[in-house]
Design a protein around this ligand. Structure first.
Ligand SMILES: Cc1ncc(COP(=O)(O)O)c(C=O)c1O
Length: 374
């Protein structure tokens, strides 16, 4: 028996892909971001399933993720959206990956390698993360033109605060800059086939930013980028439902009676207010159940919420089950997901650990099995 595992609902993934297909239309490439172990859902199986469900492209952050996909016989187009080291560019081309580029050095090196390569030029429009600044664009385009083996396959940028706002002034400014960059490229004789800047929030809220390619991440897994994005969608009359695909489970590893006044866990941070029962669960911060959930998190056992008491340990947590009759060894426990009428969402866990749903799912240890379920 596994002590902890993650279940991924195929039904939910299919529903989400359908939702985004409907939002963007059939002519737009749907390119889910499967970086970070497919947002914690399991890189290979989730990618295969997303493709079966109708995705056209896969976006990974790094070459090592693309290598794993190719090793597992995934032949779909892959775009590496993060940085690829100069000495790994040839490997990326050999694996038939499209590359995101924004450095002169990368273009020079690719030119020198001499093999055909599909490049997506990334433009700095206001995120101040990756991207070529406007003032550097002429130099970059000049370098690009020197190398006949290089194909300008796409032009991209990334929004800075779409999910943090109900109104989108800054995103619309970025979009304007993006269009300006496209015109500059056209005037210089380039015709990047794909134009892309849409993450989940833009795919939902900004149809004018879809162009012909969208890089949907969190939404593909059935999670909203933020409460604000949900509110903005409702406000704009966009009624879509997303279905969370991931559940995270474990089992009870010990049940014990504890006296009133018993001190629980490292640091003795919880004192039992009365005689009761606790369950020890075999997961901890190593697994991705972060220490900030100490004395704050909840789990579901026998369809009821049980609070985490004491500090989260490296490999264990303790929960108070005094109010839940019949808890026994190896009972199934839900950390994220539904049990009976109760549910703990990634957002609940995020709120209790001062973070966002993105971090909650991506930090679930990669070594924990992921199972695709109907
Ligand atoms: C460049 C880029 N594109 C797309 C995405 C997908 O964003 P989201 O998960 O909000 O849809 C990300 C995620 O961080 C990203 O970094």
């Amino acid at each position: 028996m596994e002590l902890t595992w993650v279940e991924i609902s195929k039904k939910a993934l299919t529903a989400n892909i359908k939702t985004f297909r409907k939002l963007v239309g059939k002519d737009v490439k749907l390119a889910p971001a499967v970086k970070a172990n497919a947002y914690g859902h399991g890189l290979v199986e989730t990618s295969k399933f997303l493709l079966e469900a109708g995705a056209d492209f896969l976006c990974v952050n790094a070459l090592y993720e693309a290598e794993v996909l190719r090793m597992n016989d995934i032949k779909a187009p892959i775009l590496i959206i993060g940085y690829t080291a100069l000495d790994e560019l040839e490997k990326a081309i050999n694996l038939k990956c499209d590359l995101t580029v924004y450095n002169l050095e990368t273009i020079r090196k690719l030119g020198k390698i001499g093999k055909k390569a599909n490049l997506h030029l990334k433009i700095e429009t206001g995120n101040h993360r990756q991207g070529v600044k406007f003032e550097d664009l002429p130099k970059v385009l000049k370098e690009f033109k020197k190398h006949k083996n290089l194909r300008m396959a796409g032009l991209s940028t990334h929004f800075a605060n779409l999910e943090d706002r109900i109104t989108h002034k800054y995103a619309l400014y970025q979009l304007k800059q993006f269009k300006k960059a496209y015109r500059m490229l056209e005037e210089d004789g380039h015709a990047p086939h794909y134009r892309h800047c849409s993450n989940t929030a833009a795919a939902i809220l900004l149809p004018e930013a879809h162009f012909n390619f969208v890089r949907v991440g969190i939404g593909a897994y059935g999670l909203w980028p933020s409460e604000k994005t949900l509110k903005a969608a409702e406000h704009a009359g966009i009624n879509i439902e997303l279905s969370p695909a991931l559940s995270w489970k474990t089992v009870v590893a010990q049940v014990k009676e504890v006296d009133k006044g018993a001190l629980v866990g490292y640091g003795c941070t919880h004192e039992m207010p009365k005689k009761g029962r606790i369950a020890v669960l075999p997961i901890g911060y190593y697994d991705g159940y972060v220490r900030l959930l100490s004395n704050k998190g909840h789990v579901l056992i026998r369809g009821k919420k049980a609070p985490v008491i004491g500090r989260v340990c490296m490999n264990m947590i303790m929960v108070d089950v005094s109010h839940i009759p019949g808890v026994k060894l190896e009972d199934e426990v839900v950390l994220i997901g539904k049990q009976g009428k109760e549910r703990i969402s990634a957002e609940d866990m995020a709120a209790n650990s001062q973070t966002i749903n993105y971090e909650v799912t991506t930090r679930i240890n990669e070594m924990i099995s992921r199972h695709m379920v109907a």
